[in-house]
Design a protein around this ligand. Sequence first.
Ligand SMILES: [Zn+2]
Length: 275
Amino acid sequence: MRAALIVATMTQIEETTFEPSSRTRRWTTPLRALLRHALDVALPPLCPACRAPLGDGAGLCADCWSKLSLIEPPFCARLGIPFTYNPGPGLLSMEAIASPPAYDRARAAVRYDDIARALVHAFKYGDRLDLAPMMGRWMARAGRELTHEADALVPVPLHWRRLWSRRFNQSAALAGSVSQTCDVPVLHDALKRVRATPQQVGLSKPQRADNVQGAFRVPPERKAEVAGRRLVLIDDVLTSGATVDTCARALLRAGAKHVDVLVFARVVAPVRSPI
Ligand SMILES: [Zn+2]
């Protein structure tokens, strides 16, 4: 209400003061700046995880930041799953050996815990697109060894119906932010979701794989941009890995030379030891 009043007042003042005389113009700019500042004070940015007001207006509050679980080495060289102790370089997790994915390596910035879930939800469903630069910077940091060798980033696409209802593709927004940090271009539309798939939430690992099988393909007009290239798939959350695995298969079938995966958060089982 207070914010709405300020906006209304600001619009009125802008309308009444923006006259073509140089005298009024001199006053308009500082007045606008002052009113914008008043608006910022009336609506302080909130921490996306706990809704506490943020002082400096970016990222997480200090309390949530301290609880966020960044994924650091040691981890499985293939899947990026963190280990509880360091088994030495290049060791793989049981998952990577038992069912190796189609992609080569996966990396994630953080564990998908309560804080990460709140961040992803605010970003995806709460119109907090302003979180993309911060999330993208964390991803770029976690995926340095992948992007260093990459020709392009490929966001996991949404089906057009979901894109229409959500208005933006969160993976494409994250890919844009990662690209700004690591200077690797984004290959938009390299993958197409040819089949709408039900949400993966609540499905078992085999059900998830069945659910997305054949859901993605590289359109014929994009094959030349994919063939022979080193690509990094970008998504927000990795749960079973079924979605990125299906995407990687489609890219490899179209002739991609190498496919890695970089996500913001990944689900990690509580205790993880190397074999
Ligand atoms: Zn917080």
